[in-house]
Design a binder for this molecule. Structure first.
Ligand SMILES: [Zn+2]
Length: 195
């Protein structure tokens, strides 16, 4: 865990994407390439000036993903910027960090059921989506949980879907897009149903 190894970093300094293995360890970058922003850990992200410059270029290009297949539907860079370590933040990142609560500490478990409970506990608060998950794996756990609020076999109208999703997040359309994009909900012109 990051707390046990203060010299290890688990997020991309440029974009804040979180990894299970260190991006930086004891002052050395892993040389892996960020799935999100495409930064190679240990080169342009070695200095603060470098991190800022790469981030600015990435922003100017419209925040493209180097591996678009990992990009969650309706992903927003701002939600991920809150995970950028403070020392690598610039004004834009700080604005996002200040407007959001800190992301809870990452933990992993070999027990899928315990992991599922832990992920839901980390990202959901009182039946609301409190934080946007950082990884696709976490997204899948959270989305499955949200989708379980719809009865199988029931055809819902859009207003009914929005009622359920509004309880989870202030932007139900965004959340619905994520659910449909990941195959948890299907729809035709009139109805929505759980897959
Ligand atoms: Zn990155």
């Amino acid at each position: 865990m990051a707390d046990d190894h203060p010299h290890r970093e688990y997020t991309c300094r440029v974009c804040g994407f979180h990894y299970e293995s260190p991006t930086w360890d004891g002052g050395t970058g892993s040389q892996d390439i960020c799935l999100c922003c495409g930064t190679q850990f240990g080169y342009a992200d070695t200095t603060l000036d470098g991190v800022w410059e790469v981030r600015a270029k990435w922003a100017a290009a419209g925040h493209p993903w180097s591996h678009p297949e990992y990009r969650p539907p309706d992903w927003e860079p701002g939600a991920q910027f809150v995970q950028v370590p403070d020392r690598w933040a610039d004004a834009d990142v700080l604005a996002h960090k200040l407007s959001a609560a800190p992301l809870p500490t990452m933990r992993t478990s070999a027990d899928p059921e315990a992991e599922r409970a832990e992920v839901l506990d980390r990202f959901c608060r009182d039946g609301r989506l409190a934080y946007f998950p950082a990884t696709r794996h976490e997204w899948m756990i959270v989305l499955e949980h949200i989708a379980s609020g719809f009865e199988p076999g029931v055809m819902y109208r859009r207003l009914e879907v929005d009622e359920v999703l509004k309880a989870w997040h202030g932007k139900p359309a965004l959340l619905l897009g994520v659910l449909i994009g990941n195959g948890f909900i299907e729809n035709d012109n009139q109805h929505y149903w759980r897959t």
